[in-house]
Structure formats: structure tokens, C-alpha cells
Design a protein around this ligand. Structure first.
Ligand code: PLP
Length: 438
């Protein structure tokens, strides 16, 4: 939990809260891997009657050890003193389940701090409110998740915030040009990225964005935030490329069972502190039950993402050669000498399991395929244990104007697929019989 010492249970100090005895992060010189630490890090059974698993702490408030301790905690939650409160205060600010979860989320990316939120959009909204004020300009990659685009363009627009974008695959020169234009428009307070972009799977060159930002802003450079929902934390860790804040919809791969909605933000303490202060004010923290569910999910994160990724490679290899298939937009199939492949090699360690399938034909063929699937479920969302398929042009992107849809490659024959952890042979058999029905 926050401020916990790694090896010692600190029961002294009067007004100090009892500190959990942490599982060590090293054995001898060996640094333990996230997969190992997910089973115990941040939780001390001795503080909970010896329960192997953390109880769900259903309480709205916490008893202070002393009046002085209560004052110190409030100095922290109100921002009078920087950082997380060292004690538990009130469930809009913190709680044991959320703190254990945050400690474990930070481990995957070797980050100083993580925060959890009631949804991916709650994480993104809290980040934006923390960093952006009227008159500011947000520079972002395009396309973005539709609700993020609405939030930046329509909702923050009502408060006098403007934006400029560059395409996800943009080169350093293109990014430089957009940053120059943005500086002329107002104070650039945030650079916001999404990679791979939804639904194109286009990768953003984070290293190029960082270099462009550093060249354009000698003083007070704007932070770079990135939505890493599709590949993280297993296959992409943008903090390593110099991003400052990584945001997630934990609803997808991290939760992984299509049974909860949550989000997170991860990064250095100095970057996370303003977001925490905003979360304390508006109350976008996740609830204890969802946090507990996510602790269970994280125990199998590596297993699930690895299996789903292996399955996707097999399914895509089958689909690519099928006569009724026009193209498979899968990160494992990038042309060797392309700029996208270069970004992939520098930024990613795996292709993930969400991809685009373009059938020969149009909506009729896409719908026939979707309606014939027997294992894959017809639903939006992604990253669950089960395989899901949908038609973006007719569903998630229905309201996108036609010219923009065309520019993004969101055509009527496009099927989006998120592969799960089923048997790969069974999934191929399902695709085979559904394609036969087209
Ligand atoms: C789903 C998703 C979100 C929004 O997350 P919620 O948990 O639904 O609020 C944001 N970004 C991406 C890339 C997503 O896939």
C-alpha cells in the first residue's frame, strides 16, 4: 500500500499507520518478475486476520489513529503536502483494495505510481481536467477512441480548449509542423497519443513525439500521455520510449474477463500527483469490489495475453490465405521495410490479439460472416477471455462522417476481431465455417 516499506512491518510511530509487510521484489540479486509479484505484492495477510487473499473493504471512511494523524492525511489529500496520503482517509480518496491494485499495476511498467479509476474514460477525463485549462491547446494523434475524441473536441471545447492532431503514423517532420502550428494557437498543455489506434491499429512513433516535444519546448514542455489499452502492459510499455503518463481502459485486457469497467493512469510521481489531486476532488476512483476483481485478473494477465496473442497469430495466418479475405490488418503482418514495422520493432514486443479483417465484398458479406460465427460472440469491446467480433462501420463508428470513415479505412467490409484464450484449432474451425457461409 502507499508508502509501505518493502521488507519491514512498521508497527511503531504512534500516529503512523501499520505498514504492510511486503513480498520482497528481489531474491538475492534476482529481480522478481511481475507475474510472480501479482500473487502477493502490496498485501500483508497479518493485517487481515491472516486471510490469504485481501478482503474487500466495504467502508466509506477510516478511523484515524489520532487527531494529528487525521490532520496530516488531509494535508496530503487536499494537496497542501505532495503525494498520496500515508494513511487511509475516506473512500473517495483511497482504500486498501485500490492501493494494493495500484501498487501491482505500477510493477508491470516499473513505474513510480499508478492510479485506478471507475472506467477508462474516467481516467482520461481526470487526466485532462488535471492538465488542461481554458485557452490551452491539446495536440493529439488521430484517430482516437471515439469517446476520447468527443471529450477533447466537444466537451473541453465548451470550456475554450482547442486541439490539433497528426495522423498516428506521422513522421518527425509532420509532428514538428503540428507542434509549431499549435504553439501559435495557444499554450500547449498536453500531448495525447493512442497507439495502436482504434480501429486502424496504426502505431504512433513515441520516440519521435518525445524528440519533437523536447525540440519545440525549451521551457515547461507539455507532458506526453498515451492510451496503451491495446498492447499494454505485456506488449508495449511507452514509458520506456519517454512517454510521461500511460492510461488504460482496464475493462479490456487487464480486467480480461468482460465482467468489469475500470481504468488507470501510470507514471512518475510528479506526473501522477496532479491527477490524484483531481481524482480526490471529483471522485473518479474505482470501487473496492472492482479493485478486488482486478487483483484476481492481474494474477493471470501474462498467461491470458500470451495465449490470446499466440491464438491470434494462428487465426491470422489462416485468414490471410483465405480466398474470401481481402486483407488482414494485424500487427504481425507489417511489411518489413515499412515505417510502421520500424516503429513496431522499436516499441512493441508482441502483436497482441485485436486485428482488422477485410472481407471481399461489403456489408452483406461482413454481416453474413458475423451472423455465422458459432464460437466468437458478436459484441463490441475487446481483450476478454472469449473471442469477440463486430462491424465498426455499422456499430462503434456508425456516427463517424463518411469521408472520415473512408480516410480511416473503416469500410463496410471491415470486421474487428479480438481473439480470446479458447483453443486455437477451434477458433480456426469457427472462422472456416463462417467464411463458408459468406
Ligand atoms: C475501451 C477503451 C477506452 C474507454 O474505456 P472504458 O473502460 O470503456 O471507459 C479508451 N481507450 C481505448 C483504446 C479503449 O479501447
Amino acid at each position: 500500500m502507499a508508502g509501505g516499506d518493502e521488507t519491514e512491518a512498521d508497527l511503531s510511530g504512534g500516529s503512523q499507520r501499520r505498514r504492510p509487510r511486503h513480498q520482497p521484489k528481489h531474491i538475492g540479486g534476482r529481480r522478481l518478475s511481475p507475474a510472480t509479484l501479482m500473487m502477493g505484492h502490496g498485501y500483508d495477510p497479518a493485517l487481515s486476520e491472516g486471510a490469504l487473499k485481501p478482503p474487500i473493504f466495504l467502508t466509506s471512511t477510516f478511523v484515524f489513529e489520532s487527531a494529528a494523524a487525521g490532520k496530516r492525511h488531509f494535508e496530503q489529500v487536499t494537496g497542501k503536502r505532495a503525494g498520496a496520503a500515508e494513511g487511509l482517509v475516506y473512500s473517495r480518496f483511497n482504500g486498501p483494495n485500490q492501493e494494493i491494485l495500484e501498487d501491482r499495476l505500477a510493477i508491470w511498467e516499473d513505474a513510480e505510481e499508478a492510479l485506478t479509476f471507475s472506467s477508462g474514460m474516467a481516467a482520461i477525463a481526470t487526466l485532462l481536467l488535471a492538465y488542461v485549462k481554458p485557452g490551452d491547446v491539446i495536440v493529439h494523434s488521430a484517430p482516437l477512441y471515439a469517446a476520447t475524441e468527443t471529450l477533447i473536441g466537444k466537451i473541453l471545447g465548451r470550456f475554450g480548449v482547442t486541439w490539433l492532431d497528426f495522423p498516428a503514423g506521422a513522421t518527425r517532420a509532420q509532428i514538428d509542423a503540428v507542434l509549431e502550428q499549435a504553439k501559435a494557437q495557444g499554450r500547449v498543455s498536453l500531448i495525447y497519443l493512442e497507439s495502436p489506434a482504434n480501429p486502424t491499429n496504426a502505431l504512433v512513433d513515441v520516440e519521435a513525439v518525445v524528440a519533437a516535444r523536447d525540440a519545440a519546448f525549451a521551457e515547461s514542455p507539455p507532458p506526453i500521455a498515451i492510451d496503451n489499452t491495446f498492447l499494454g502492459p505485456m506488449w508495449a510499455q511507452p514509458l520506456r520510449q519517454g512517454a510521461d503518463i500511460v492510461v488504460y481502459s482496464l475493462t479490456k485486457y487487464a480486467g480480461g474477463h468482460s465482467d468489469l469497467v475500470a481504468g488507470s493512469a501510470v507514471g512518475a510521481k510528479a506526473m501522477i500527483d496532479p491527477i490524484r489531486a483531481m481524482r480526490n476532488t471529483i471522485g473518479t476512483i474505482t470501487d473496492p469490489h472492482t479493485a478486488w476483481m482486478l487483483l484476481r485478473s492481474l494474477e493471470t494477465l501474462e498467461l491470458r495475453m500470451t495465449r490470446a496473442s499466440e491464438n491470434a497469430a494462428k487465426v491470422c495466418a489462416y485468414l490471410r490465405d483465405h480466398p474470401k479475405v481481402e486483407q488482414v490488418g494485424y500487427l504481425g503482418f507489417l511489411a518489413e521495410d515499412s515505417r510502421q514495422a520500424d516503429i513496431y520493432r522499436r516499441h512493441c514486443t508482441g502483436a497482441g490479439s485485436t486485428f482488422s479483417l477485410y472481407l471481399k465484398g461489403g456489408e452483406r458479406e461482413a454481416f453474413a460472416f458475423l451472423d455465422a460465427l458459432k464460437i466468437a460472440k458478436l459484441a463490441v469491446s475487446l481483450g476478454g477471455t472469449e473471442t469477440l467480433a463486430s462491424a465498426p462501420a455499422a456499430m462503434t463508428h456508425l456516427s463517424v462522417p463518411d469521408d472520415r470513415k473512408a480516410a480511416l479505412g473503416i469500410t463496410d467490409n471491415l470486421v474487428r476481431i479480438s481473439i480470446g484464450v479458447e483453443d486455437a484449432g477451434d477458433l480456426v474451425a469457427d472462422m472456416e465455417q463462417a467464411l463458408a457461409a459468406v
